[in-house]
Design a protein around this ligand. Sequence first.
Ligand SMILES: [Zn+2]
Length: 288
Amino acid sequence: MRAALGFALVISATMAASGAAWAQSSGAACSNPNALGLSRTVEIDTTGGPGFGFEHFKQHDFLRNKEVLLTFDDGPWPVNTPAVLKALADHCIKATFFPVGKHATYYPEILKQVADGGHTIGSHTWSHQNLGRKNMTKEQAVEEIEKGVSAVSISLGSAPAPFFRFPALQHPPELVTYLGERNIGMFSTDLDSFDFKARKPEQVVNTIMAKLKKFGKGIVLMHDFQHVTAEALPQLLTQLKAEGYKVVHMKAKDPVKTIAQYDELVKKDQKLPTVSQRPTASVVRTVD
Ligand SMILES: [Zn+2]
């Protein structure tokens, strides 16, 4: 018994050591018996830059009938992102986030909460420009992509997943090629919630449920940046459970590799660095 226990400890210590290089938190254990829960987790190998989401790519139909994969763009943002995280945690599910680089530098502590929840984090450019714009050069577009990757990585304190979503779902062919050479996977969507146009939470829920009924499954695009989405999420998750949908979580096989030159650009854009990395909440508190 003693010998067996010792052996088990050695194994777990070895696993912990090998996992340290690419740490993806699995989040807290689930204690809600009525939770939607995760049905399975898939690992994506982004070598060669595969494309996902049937609105734009015809490859890799990996979801089964009744399976959904939830994605959230444009965060991290105060109030809304934490509300989305709470709704996901209440249902013991994980999602994929595509943060905007600038927003990540504004609110690194919120981005870290996303990682601590066990969610997957990719990137969504530095400042959310439409990379298909006519007057944008390839160099400018590459800088937008790479500064986004670097900003998320610096704010998080570790490299995110090599997952990228184009703003406004504009996919210029030369940039699709570029991301392929960078071994970064591209994620469009199977069904767009159009939550940024919705005024009421019910509209977000109804749009997603109607499209899921039509397609049977899909990668769902939402925005943790949007207040209406944060409000809609508890209801959406309850309805997904009631109608028998299953949530799939997606992880990356390896982290993205940032490019030093763009790491430097992001650091230059930030305000004067200080030695302290403590969050504001632990530095400033209301005392009276
Ligand atoms: Zn966006």
